[in-house]
Design a protein around this ligand. Structure first.
Ligand code: ZN
Length: 180
């Protein structure tokens, strides 16, 4: 009885955020300078999927270059549908402005694909950085991954092709009818 399997204990596999290759067990001790065996990309984050939400677990220690962020963003779009992305920053004690800029790039790419990105797991100093730079008004922030996923699952996202068919997108009013 005491050993009843709980869903929370199920280990979700991690994948390379660029090529999608499943990362082996050593992913638990993954270093910022580890390379994917599939595509040779340096792994600045790893990907796991919960329902239709993609969780990016960011590995501190190195700031990804613009191209590296772009490659992850492209692969998120290739997964199909508007990307719903949680970025888990719980491994960060501090965050550099360069890394914040990388997150802004990722957020912009997600929005271009009509998706949504939510940050979670921020520790105190990381959150302070976001508040100070007012980026918490640009990118949605949740306390934990569960809240972030709930926010993404309830978000009304339109796939890029549908949005194009419906004419120009009123980007200034993202969730004006959410109350209903
Ligand atoms: Zn890869």
């Amino acid at each position: 009885m005491a050993n009843a399997p709980s869903e929370k204990c199920v280990e979700l596999p991690y994948h390379c955020p660029v090529c999608g290759v499943k990362l082996a067990a050593e992913a638990d001790t993954l270093r910022y300078d580890a390379a994917c065996r599939g595509c040779r990309s340096l792994l600045w984050c790893r990907r796991r999927t919960v329902g239709d939400v993609v969780v990016l677990d960011v590995i501190p220690g190195r700031t990804p270059e613009h191209g590296e962020v772009a490659r992850v963003a492209e692969s998120l779009v290739r997964l199909g549908g508007p990307p719903r992305v949680v970025v888990d920053l719980s491994r960060f004690e501090l965050i550099s402005s360069a890394f914040v800029a990388a997150l802004v790039v990722l957020n912009r790419a997600t929005q271009r694909a009509k998706g949504k990105l939510v940050l979670c797991g921020m520790r105190r100093f990381v959150r302070d950085t976001f508040v100070r730079t007012k980026l918490d008004t640009v990118i949605e922030v949740s306390d934990d991954e569960e809240t972030a996923r709930a926010s993404l699952q309830s978000a009304q996202l339109t796939s890029p092709s549908l949005a194009a068919a419906n004419g120009p997108d009123p980007a200034q009013s993202p969730t004006s009818s959410a109350g209903l």
